[in-house]
Design a protein around this ligand. Structure first.
Ligand SMILES: CCCCCCCC/C=C\CCCCCCCC(=O)SCCNC(=O)CCNC(=O)[C@H](O)C(C)(C)COP(=O)(O)OP(=O)(O)OC[C@H]1O[C@@H](n2cnc3c(N)ncnc32)[C@H](O)[C@@H]1OP(=O)(O)O
Length: 128
């Protein structure tokens, strides 16, 4: 299903899901404290990149089963964020990945690890 209210990220997927890269510039209304991006949005970006590692690795729909996030520095809103995820372990029904959000100057904003599990096509149909 198309989601016009989503972040419209276009993940770059390398080596069958070993690496995923996303860019996103979250809008001002996503702030928590004034001009500071809400941590839930950072968690969402980490989740998104980690989930795409799982989707691409299993080559089928997959969902986050677990996500752990560490917020390291505040991020401003309206600034481009870089999200890099990397696969760290694959087993039959579980992919583990780590991810980081950084600013353009390399400042580390948040890091996370997650576990992704495959689900059936009926959970997440490929086409609308
Ligand atoms: C090429 C294909 C293309 C596809 C389409 C592409 C188009 C893309 C378009 C759009 C992409 C958008 C991308 C968005 C991304 C957003 C990400 C999200 O927000 S995902 C939503 C939030 N997550 C959920 O809603 C999950 C909800 N949970 C579940 O559905 C289930 O709990 C699930 C599937 C995660 C597991 O359910 P069970 O019933 O299969 O498993 P159980 O009974 O809980 O556990 C069984 C065993 O599985 C392992 N297991 C399960 N969870 C584990 C964990 N966290 N850690 C380790 N092992 C775990 C353990 O061994 C466990 O056994 P023991 O219970 O320990 O005896």
């Amino acid at each position: 299903m198309e989601n016009p209210f989503g972040f419209q990220v276009k993940p770059e997927i390398k080596n069958g899901g070993e690496f995923v890269y996303i860019e996103c510039t979250p809008a001002e209304h996503l702030q928590g404290w004034a001009n500071i991006l809400h941590g839930g949005i950072l968690s969402t970006l980490l989740d998104e990149a980690i989930t795409y590692v799982g989707i691409s690795t299993f080559n089928q729909p997959a969902v986050t089963a677990q996500l752990e996030v560490r917020f390291r520095n505040p991020a401003p809103t309206c600034v481009k964020l870089h999200v890099c995820a990397e696969r760290i372990k694959v087993s039959k029904r579980l992919v583990e990945a780590k991810a980081a959000v950084t600013l353009g100057d390399g400042t580390l904003i948040a890091t996370g690890t997650g576990k992704v599990m495959p689900v059936s096509e009926s959970f997440a149909p490929k086409s609308p």
